[in-house]
Design a protein around this ligand. Structure first.
Ligand code: TXA
Ligand code: MG
Length: 313
């Protein structure tokens, strides 16, 4: 059921049920982060492997110390600057965070989402919310309540509708060490944004199975149709015997089954359209999706990362 009642979401969460919630990045599938019962329901509804840890959502920086041992100065500065916003910081967890929430890891990922509805919900609750993206494991992340309904509608009691997600791609996941930032997942806060805080930034390369940085699974965010990323015009020739769908950055290929991420070439607009356009193409009467990389800078880097994973075999 889709609705806009924060109170109803709150009641369900207090009873250890799971509820889909809006954030600025993607919709999350939320439950009490301090309850192993609620957290196990999240894994179950998503069909998510238990080795992939969940992000814990809070509503103010002052809460962080309830859940983590220590906050390094650089981490604190990043939180103060980017929260509420698409940044998840990994820190040594306190024991009140169940091992199930972090998949047995000693670190917990924490963020403050930038969405009025969800911030109000969080403030009304006596616990933080664990929430992975509200998609079945491996499929495209949802950026609207209707996306959640289409995939998980039958499995969860309530979807709190907060409109379309403004950022459209997931949070950047990082940890800090001394004066260095290690990025585990590229997302809504760009490398360029982070460079204002330190020049020492390492971007983790992803592994494809049993990842040390879990969730960085290669084959992720994938539509059901095969997607190829490269030079669209060249690929149109090689695939001329098939029904083609096109996902371009800004170029108009004059095709019926095409989606243009941003005609004006804006990275932020492209990010906000990415997942919904992938879904739309996935539902068209086509055989393959042909896509292209964006310039590898700012949010283009995160978008390219999603395209790479979606096209991984
Ligand atoms: O924007 C977002 O981050 C959204 C919204 C709902 O907040 N959430 C999200 O969650 O994308 P999820 O579970 O789909 O992706 C979280 C990523 C996973 O790849 C996970 O492995 C990583 O963060 N992560 C979470 N906690 C971690 C930890 N303790 N250590 C390493 N990686 C962690
Ligand atoms: Mg996800």
């Amino acid at each position: 059921m889709i609705g806009t009642e924060i109170e109803k979401a709150r009641e369900l969460l207090l009873q250890n049920e799971v509820v889909a919630i809006p954030t600025e990045t993607v919709y999350g599938l939320a439950g009490n982060a301090l309850s192993a019962v609620a957290v196990s329901k999240i894994f179950e509804a998503k069909n998510r492997p238990y080795f992939d840890p969940l992000i814990v959502h809070i509503s103010s920086v002052s809460e962080v110390s309830n859940y983590v041992e220590e906050i390094p100065e650089l981490a604190f500065n990043l939180m103060e600057h980017f929260w509420p916003g698409p940044l998840t910081v990994l820190l040594q967890k306190k024991s009140c965070i169940p091992d199930l929430t972090t998949s047995g890891l000693n670190e917990v990922g924490i963020r403050i989402p930038n969405h009025v509805t969800t911030l109000e919900l969080l403030k009304s609750l006596p616990f933080p919310l664990a929430a992975p993206s509200a998609n079945p494991f491996g499929y495209i992340s949802p950026t609207s309540a209707a996306h959640v309904e289409a995939q998980l509608g039958g499995k969860i009691p309530y979807i709190l509708n907060g409109g379309n997600c403004s950022v459209g791609i997931e949070s950047t996941v990082l940890r800090v060490q001394d004066n260095e930032i290690e990025i585990l997942r590229l997302g809504g806060i760009s490398v360029e944004d982070l460079q204002r805080f330190t020049s020492k930034i390492l971007i983790q390369q992803h592994s494809s199975s049993s990842p040390a940085a879990p969730g960085m699974l290669t084959n992720h965010y994938a539509p059901r149709k095969p997607i190829y990323v490269g030079n669209i015009r060249e690929m149109m020739h090689s695939f001329s015997s098939q029904k083609i769908g096109i996902l371009s950055f800004k170029e108009d290929f004059q095709m019926e089954s095409q989606r243009i991420l941003s005609m004006k070439g804006s990275f932020t607009e492209a990010a906000s359209n990415l997942f919904s356009y992938m879904r739309e193409l996935d539902q068209m009467n086509i055989d393959v999706i042909l896509a292209e990389f964006l310039p590898n800078e700012n949010l283009g880097r995160a978008i390219n990362d999603k395209l790479k994973r979606a096209s991984a075999k």
